[in-house]
Design a protein around this ligand. Structure first.
Ligand code: KIV
Ligand code: ZN
Length: 527
């Protein structure tokens, strides 16, 4: 069960269930390596997340291993594995969770007419039977079971009540109500939760949970409406990543509850000063940039541009700020260090920015910082964040960037000489292209032949000035799978090469996960 005294509709404690590693990873292009998942899981645990959904163990051997390893490292949170209603799925989830201090199986089955008819091709009575047998089976393996009626918001109310009642009777301790297709609106979603509380006789034996997708931009509003009507668990992701338009954003839910205590008198266990760090880490490992005007964690969320606003802020920050940047862990980007700064000062700076790196990662980051300080007159906090995030994202890569020399200019052909380390072997090549970026990418293709196509190439400057670091995102697509890589450097072409190489590494991981023999449920992964 969840923590004592939490989860009941009478309590004002709202459990935060983070599904960045499961639903979040289902975002097209957002694949994460095992190391990256472990880093995120440890951070979520430290920041006070109550439940971490670590993956979908039956989907692939990679997913199984991720759930098992997350279960092993997480100290406080409940670790959850997703499973469809079948015996194999549920047993695979239970196996993956064996090492968890507190494990939960989250099993689900569609209940809406359109899903039952076209996706499951099952009659409602068969679905009801499967709900009972799947929850019963899961409950025989673990004592913490969550059940979700997929597409709940388009489900007939009478049938939904019957399924929920049966799931609780069979042993479900949490009932999650997914707005799978992001179709609901706040008043309707809140009324659905209220309806279940009124009509399901044993509802007080389970925690009610929200799981809202953002197709209409209403995921956070719907989740909060669910809470106002008695839900006491919210499923969400860092930066709101997830299937299609994403899930409810954890940072928005948590800060809305914190800032508007007067209107919504509920508590979470989240240390909000860790929010910015979690956002940066997830953006770095998925290579999904956070939109500038994104609430809470966007680059402009605390920026005041107009003269009137700046004047007000100087007089009293409450004129235009409803929460402080510090409350979400954002410190002003300041001039920090120069080429004479030593290891100790660098480590202290990283700590202040919220990073704890192991010895090797720290040494690599320090070397890159020194290189940067040689090239760039002023090194700001944002430069260090870009550099460390880049390092974090490249943790266990098989292909590593070594060097690049490019001939560019108006009299072509443009030419790139590139050196890569491919699984421990140094390889170099010179290639031409129509432009320096094209030549660089052609050189990569010659050293690491592949059929992936380039879907996105995006550059932005980390700070101001012509010596600013460039941050580049590259998205590749191969056989319907997309991956995104990111690279940072003061040289835009080097950043481009790093980003392409990072994307290729992610593609290798994805290929491995979906290789024949890796036990998988291809359709499962797209639920
Ligand atoms: O959106 C959804 O319905 C899901 C379920 C698996 C809970 O992610
Ligand atoms: Zn979902």
């Amino acid at each position: 069960m969840a923590d004592k005294n939490t989860g009941s509709a009478d309590s004002n404690r709202v459990l935060i269930f983070d599904t960045t590693l499961r639903d979040g990873e289902q975002s097209p292009g957002a694949s994460m390596t095992l190391d990256e998942k472990l880093q995120i899981a440890e951070l979520l645990d430290d920041m006070g997340v109550d439940v971490i959904e670590a993956g979908f163990p039956i989907a692939s051997n990679g997913d199984f291993e991720s759930v098992r390893e997350v279960a092993r490292v997480v100290k406080n949170a409940v670790v959850c594995g997703l499973a469809r209603a079948g015996v194999k799925d549920i047993e695979r989830a239970a196996d993956a969770l064996r090492g968890a201090k507190r494990g939960r199986i989250h099993t689900f089955l569609s209940t809406s007419p359109v899903h039952m008819k076209h996706k499951l091709q099952m009659e409602p009575e068969q679905v009801l039977e499967a709900v009972v047998s799947s929850v019963t089976h899961a409950r025989n393996l673990v004592d913490n079971v969550e059940w979700s009626p997929e597409d709940a918001t388009r489900t007939d109310h009478d049938f939904l009540c019957r399924c929920v009642e049966a799931a609780i009777k069979a042993g479900a301790t949490t009932i999650n109500i997914p707005d799978t297709v992001g179709y609901s609106v706040p008043a309707e979603y809140g009324a659905l939760i209220a309806m279940l509380r009124e009509r399901v006789p044993n509802i007080d034996q389970a925690v009610i949970s929200t799981h809202c997708h953002n197709d209409l931009g209403l995921a956070v509003a719907n989740s909060l409406s669910g809470v106002a009507n008695g839900a006491r668990q919210v499923e969400c992701t860092i930066n709101g990543i997830g299937e299609r338009a994403g899930n409810a954003a954890l940072e928005e839910i948590v800060m809305a509850l914190k800032v508007r205590q007067d209107a919504m008198p509920y508590e979470t266990g989240i240390d909000t000063t860790m929010i910015a760090r979690a956002s940066r880490l997830v953006a770095a490992v998925t290579a999904f940039p956070v939109q500038y005007n994104k609430a809470i964690v966007g680059q402009n969320a605390f920026a005041h541009e107009s003269g009137i606003h700046q004047d007000g802020m100087l007089k009293n920050n409450q004129t235009y700020e409803i929460m402080t940047p510090e409350s979400v862990g954002i410190t002003k980007s300041s001039l920090v260090m120069g080429k004479h700064s030593g290891r100790h000062a660098f480590r202290e700076k990283l700590r202040e920015l919220g990073y704890e790196l192991g010895q090797n990662a720290m040494e690599d980051a320090f070397t890159r910082f020194k290189d940067l300080a040689d090239k760039k007159k002023f090194v700001f906090d944002d430069d260090i964040i870009a550099l460390v995030d880049d390092e974090v994202a490249r943790g266990s890569e098989k292909i590593r960037f070594v060097s690049l020399r490019v001939i560019a200019g108006s009299t072509g052909p443009q030419e790139a000489t590139l050196e890569l380390d491919v699984e421990g072997t140094r390889k170099s090549v010179t290639a031409t292209g129509s432009g320096p970026v094209d030549a660089t990418f052609n050189a990569i293709k010659e050293l690491v032949p592949h059929d992936a196509s380039l879907q996105l190439y995006q550059v932005h400057a980390v700070t101001e000035g012509t010596d600013a670091q460039a941050e580049v995102s590259v998205r590749l697509e191969e056989a319907g799978k997309t991956v995104t890589g990111r690279g940072a450097d003061t040289d835009t072409l080097v950043a481009s090469a790093r980003a392409y190489v990072s994307a290729l590494n992610k593609l290798l991981v994805k290929r491995q996960r979906h290789a024949p023999g890796a036990e998988q449920a291809a359709s499962a992964a797209s639920e």
